[in-house]
Design a protein around this ligand. Structure first.
Ligand SMILES: C[S@@+](CC[C@H](N)C(=O)[O-])C[C@H]1O[C@@H](n2cnc3c(N)ncnc32)[C@H](O)[C@@H]1O
Length: 255
């Protein structure tokens, strides 16, 4: 707890981003990823391997953009840095372990951006969602955009914030998810999309005791690959159950 608080304190971020809880969530993610290292390993390995395979099939490798780069746990940074002349890591929060890894490469840069399009709305600067992919994704130099397990996360804090204010705009979660998917589909670059789509709570007998749609009713087409990610093994969220996320991976997302 104390370590999390210290971690939040030293993580660089814009004041509004911190105030809305993004830094706290990033530190919680970091702590959980370290606690659940063994349970997360297969998912992280599969995610990185999928991106490496995608890189291998590209005809040109000028610039790669990673959306939701976060801890860089599911991102094969070394392979990207070797293959591309330029790599851009986009997130609202770049925690220190990711910053240190990125610093090893002069052609890897960090960009702070809100991919949900909702922060200005939450802060009262707009009256609705804004288009949310950073303009740099549309540069003709960009050959690959990777959406790195960020899609299901985009609506969480906006929903929490509106809920705390007592009014949640209708369909907010689905609109945020749809906007990200449509934004990606409209890019000229190849888009590699990794996302969890469903959370299943399983008991020790392997029976599902609860399910949650992480994409707010948006249905996804058949993926190139799918696997399970044990987000919370037995003992992490509860002694009797574990949380398993169904992950889908698309090599060339076109909507
Ligand atoms: C589950 S993590 C993704 C995993 C990440 N690729 C990694 O390897 O650590 C979700 C990431 O989404 C980021 N995120 C959540 N909402 C965001 C937003 N509105 N804009 C940009 N990034 C956001 C979080 O900061 C976090 O780093």
């Amino acid at each position: 707890m104390l370590l999390d608080w210290l971690g939040s304190l030293i993580t660089p971020a814009a004041r509004d981003v911190r105030r809305l809880g993004y830094v706290r969530d990033s530190i919680w993610l970091l702590s959980r990823s370290r606690r659940c290292r063994a349970a997360w390993r297969p998912h992280l390995d599969l995610s990185r391997a999928f991106v490496v395979e995608t890189i291998g099939g590209l005809p040109r490798r000028h610039t790669a953009v990673v959306l939701g780069s976060g801890l860089l746990d599911d991102v094969p940074l070394e392979a990207l840095a070797e293959a591309f002349r330029s790599v851009v890591l986009v997130d609202l929060v770049h925690p220190w372990p990711a910053r240190r890894r990125a610093r090893r490469y002069r052609h890897v840069r960090l960009v702070d951006a809100d991919l949900s399009g909702s922060i200005d709305w939450l802060l009262g600067r707009r009256s609705d969602l804004a288009p949310a992919l950073p303009d740099l994704c549309r540069s003709p130099d960009v050959d690959l955009v990777i959406s790195a397990n960020v899609l299901s996360q985009l609506a969480i804090l906006p929903l929490d914030t509106f809920e705390a204010r007592g009014r949640v705009p209708p369909d907010l979660g689905a609109r945020i998810v749809r906007a990200h998917l449509d934004g990606l589909a409209g890019l000229a670059a190849q888009v590699c999309l990794l996302t969890d789509v469903e959370q299943v709570e399983e008991d020790r007998g392997g029976q599902a005791v609860a399910c949650e749609d992480l994409l707010f009713g948006i249905t996804m087409p058949e993926p190139d690959r799918r696997w399970d990610w044990t987000l919370a093994p037995f003992g992490e969220a509860s002694r009797k159950t574990r949380l398993v996320h169904r992950v889908r991976a698309y090599r060339d997302w076109t909507g």
